[in-house]
Design a protein around this ligand. Structure first.
Ligand code: IMP
Length: 232
């Protein structure tokens, strides 16, 4: 077995994401993050799909660092909103549709957490407003995560040549009428998982990681990465 790959960059500045990925992908690898490259040029996430954004980031940072690079893009897809917020999940409330008559503080009382940002609150408030008259059976949604591992130089057998692995994970649920729970981040308080009868914000982090879209995508990537490390 050859293993010349000693370091892989995870294209994130989020220490939580780095920890989750490096713990689940427990190979003999030093996992770096973008914090290890202070002057690096940020790659814009302007793709139309999660997969496109993950690929763009993985290729862009691999080129700049000369390292194998693992990138992800994720977000919330709501059927009744035609797939929105989708790739705009992080900044949904900043997009043109106004949030009329909704105060995030009132609407989302009970979902307070030191990790929850004002933007998270506004994003959730906008979703709840848009779904105000949508009945429960039509509030279906999913969290989606796309991962891409890319390398700086073409590798034989990789397709396209610098893209080594691409995987996708999903978590199905429904958008609750009111937020509940204080764990997690983003849309977790309004994302209800029917089989657990809880919102994601009511789960402990280990429970969330076990079922989450990111966890699913990492689990699919693991055997493929193991195979690659055995031959490179
Ligand atoms: P990122 O691609 O992981 O940065 O996620 C983009 C946005 O999608 C986040 O800012 C959140 O609004 C939303 N999102 C992604 N994953 C989750 C999750 O596990 N829980 C709640 N919101 C999420």
């Amino acid at each position: 077995m050859v293993n010349n790959i000693k370091k892989i960059l995870v294209a994130t500045t989020n220490p939580g994401k780095l920890k989750e990925i490096s713990e689940m992908l427990d190979f003999d690898i030093t996992w770096l993050s973008l914090k290890d490259f202070p002057g690096i040029k940020e790659i814009e996430e302007d793709g139309k799909t999660f997969a496109e954004n993950a690929r763009k980031k993985a290729l862009g940072y691999a080129k700049q660092t000369n390292l194998w690079t693992l990138a992800d893009d994720s977000g919330l897809v709501i059927d009744a909103l035609g797939g929105a917020p989708g790739v705009t999940s992080a900044r949904f409330s900043l997009a043109p549709t106004p949030v009329v008559g909704v105060s995030p503080a009132n609407t989302l009382a009970g979902s307070q957490s030191k990790n929850r940002t004002l933007l998270d609150h506004k994003n959730m408030a906008k979703v709840l407003t848009l779904l105000k008259d949508v009945p429960k059976q039509k509030r279906t949604a999913r969290f989606v995560c796309c991962l891409c591992l890319a390398c700086p130089e073409p590798v034989e057998g990789a397709s396209p040549q610098k893209v080594l692995i691409e995987t996708e994970g999903k978590l199905q649920g429904i958008i609750a009428e009111n937020p509940a729970g204080s764990n997690g981040f983003g849309y977790d308080p309004i994302f209800f998982v029917p089989q657990l009868k809880k919102t994601v914000a009511q789960l402990q982090s280990a429970e969330k990681n076990n079922i989450s879209h990111r966890g699913q995508a990492i689990k699919k990537l693991k055997p493929l990465l193991q195979k690659l490390l055995e031959t490179n």
